[in-house]
Write a protein that binds this ligand. Sequence first.
Ligand code: ADP
Length: 486
Amino acid sequence: SKTQLQDTQLFREQCYLAGAWASADSGETLEVTNPANGDVLGHVPVMGKAETTRAIESAHEAFQLWRQTTASERSDILRRWYELMMAHQDDLGRLMTLEQGKPLPEAKGEIAYAASFLKWFAEEAPRAYGDTIPGSKADQHILVIKQPVGVSAAITPWNFPAAMITRKAGAALAAGCPMVVKPASETPFSALALAELAERAGVPQGVLSVLTGKSSEIGEAMTHHPKVRKISFTGSTEVGRILMRQSAENIQKISLELGGNAPFIVFDDADLDKAVEGAIAAKFRNTGQTCVCVNRFIVQEGVYETFMTKLKHAMEAQLVTGDGFESGVNQAALINTAAVDKVREHLEDALSKGAKLLTGGEPHPLGGHYVTPTLLAEITSDMRIAKEETFGPLTGAIRFRTEEEAIEIANDTPFGLAAYFYSQNIHRVWRVAEGLESGMIGINEGLISNVAAPFGGVKASGLGREGSKYGMDEYMETKYLCMGGA
Ligand code: ADP
């Protein structure tokens, strides 16, 4: 096959709808290309309202049985799904590099990370504990139980084509909820391969559907169907806002993991070499295309020049741009032309407003969706690079004097997903950690995504938490039983 997989059944050009592989009613398909070279990889169905409604109704039917299974049965299925993902890590990684572009080792790393959510929630499934509460009347007993909310729906982005699905589906299935998933149109093959493995793991018919196609029509069908009790979305703030508005119709529970504008603060008392190491990891993972990627460095005046020089040298020495299948490459082609244009616009805007170019800046010799890693000094808060998510290998640093000023600059954004800071002063560490308006904080640490930790944002970065012991709550209702006369 053109994708050169060991297990060719993992490459699916149909959707997984209600336990069967299906084409769109219209027969219409959508082309999927490799962002590194424009090669056509294959086609997927363009599904819409009718197919989505069928998937939801089949999920609702499946719910009646799925909710009756024991947590241990659901746990076994999730565990098998996890094991199948790990057994096919090479193929899944390859498929991801083909459609998403990220370097193969990073793609395989995402497969392991994605699979870890299935293992985690296989372990969490039996731990959906309730509570007993002393009643306020002598003859009353209060019990609290957790129950699955019902049919859930997920819409996921292209930057983590596997992990954003398992982080949602693992929690939903563990809780006893079926899920209908709409992956990003750029990266549907990773999602469809996961559906194939879910079927092999024994996920019953209707409990998981994966539909590709018209985003807004599928999103509308999901939010307007009264049987859908939960929407989980990862993507842009604009689309999150649309879905939140639409979900008001049926008062659906909603989780939103939206854009960020992550600050990375370096204080005078930081270990600068560690800070540079963390900076490279936090900024350039997935070629800058993660919602927790650093957008703005905020560096104290006493170490500004030294830190910037060290960061520039680290970028020049460590960042290797090229095709994700080439060994040694760690910076890949961006997902599409719009992404490349946005980085260029942010760069031009910053330079026109007085930023100083330290490294990069020129178009990448490979052309296409490739971008030269670029570092700017003396950026200011009126520049687009400081206000909007750049989502590419371009960054810059603002200079600050006092701790209060650093916190003020960091919080001066509608977003609040991830924030990072480096300091060796324990008192400062507490003050700054508490002062930053952000859902997740890396303290002397650049890589914070972790299956065991609650992932999510504050302010316009979203609602709800994924992964960790908190992740399953999003898919469960708390029911209170009042037992009288006892
Ligand atoms: P990104 O910038 O990461 O592509 P988007 O928010 O545009 O962010 O996309 C994230 C997911 O949301 C994708 O699966 C996309 O197809 C889907 N999407 C885009 N527009 C809508 C919409 N109006 N309603 C529902 N889903 C949408």
